[in-house]
Design a protein around this ligand. Structure first.
Ligand code: SAM
Length: 283
């Protein structure tokens, strides 16, 4: 058990002595995670504070523990069907399609998206940036190597969705075009032609300046803001708003909604929030 005041003090020390600020993450999730760190390392709160001040490798471990990295290939298949059927066709005539995956975890969301872009013949137009606060996740994203038996079923799930409701006559994607599979080692590795497309960058949405100059046609920030309190969410909505072109698309997680002032600055259209009002397609 840790008292709220102790938790606040730890987050204060973390902010003061490191580059990280988790003080506006939602209380419940951060509380559980700090408790887990204390238990796993069998240390007291005082010892946690001391180690945080003196051991930068340990701080990275703390960041790994605090951030939740759950992700899947083609997570929430209906989102990807919408991109395949309506969203990408609506912007296919653009010279470039600028995309930011904020909180990309191990890269599965990014590669799912790149597969669709390739299927639609739009890969050459895509300029893709993917960021995460967790260094280990950024490295995993760059490597694009995943456990085969556990993850291939998500590709099968997307194909089942297509089989039930084909999109433009397509009822199956041949995923062997995109992964090198080694059944003995139980690995599936994204092929190099896809891996070289995105720029994966370690970046903290809360603390750091945006590490690119361009604006975006699509911002994916799915299942990230759910861990932030409403004040921090508003700050991030502002950041996205400023980084997006009018008429561009913001994707949040299934259980996330726009709130506060920025609710009025986007309009929900099916699974996407559209900046201002310009609808290219209507659900
Ligand atoms: C649950 S995962 C979501 C991954 C993917 N977007 C999806 O929906 O499948 C949340 C990711 O957000 C990242 N994250 C948390 N706080 C962050 C921050 N301040 N800046 C950037 N990324 C952050 C975590 O490291 C984690 O990889």
């Amino acid at each position: 058990m840790i008292e709220g005041i102790e938790l606040k003090q730890y987050l204060h020390e973390l902010k003061k002595h490191t580059a990280y600020d988790f003080s506006d993450y939602s209380d419940n999730s951060i509380h559980r995670r700090i408790l887990k760190i204390l238990k796993d390392y069998d240390i007291s709160m005082e010892q946690l504070i001391e180690r945080t001040k003196s051991d930068s490798a340990f701080v990275e471990k703390v960041v790994e523990e605090i951030t939740v990295n759950t992700t899947e290939l083609f997570r929430d298949t209906h989102i990807w069907s919408a991109f395949y059927e309506k969203i990408y066709p609506s912007i296919k005539s653009k010279k470039f399609i600028n995309i930011w995956h904020a909180g990309c975890s191990s890269g599965m969301e990014v590669y799912s998206n790149l597969i669709l872009l390739n299927e639609l013949g739009l890969l050459d137009k895509a300029r893709v940036y993917a960021t995460d606060i967790n260094t280990r996740m950024v490295t995993m994203s760059k490597n694009g190597q995943y456990n085969y038996r556990f993850n291939y079923r998500y590709l099968d799930d997307f194909n089942s969705t297509l089989a039930k409701k084909p999109i433009n006559g397509i009822s199956k994607i041949d995923f062997s075009k995109y992964f090198d599979i080694d059944e003995d080692k139980d690995t599936m590795t994204v092929k190099a032609f896809l891996r070289k497309v995105p720029q994966f960058i370690k970046h903290d949405l809360v603390q750091e300046e945006v590490p690119f100059f361009n604006k975006f046609d699509i911002v994916f920030c799915r299942n990230v803001l759910i861990y932030f309190n409403s004040k921090l969410q508003s700050k991030i909505f502002k950041l996205f708003y400023e980084q997006m072109y009018p008429g561009s698309f913001l994707l949040l997680g299934n259980h996330e909604v726009l709130s506060g002032f920025y609710k009025t600055k986007f309009i929900k259209n099916g699974p996407v929030f559209v900046k201002n009002t310009a609808f290219h397609f209507k659900y």
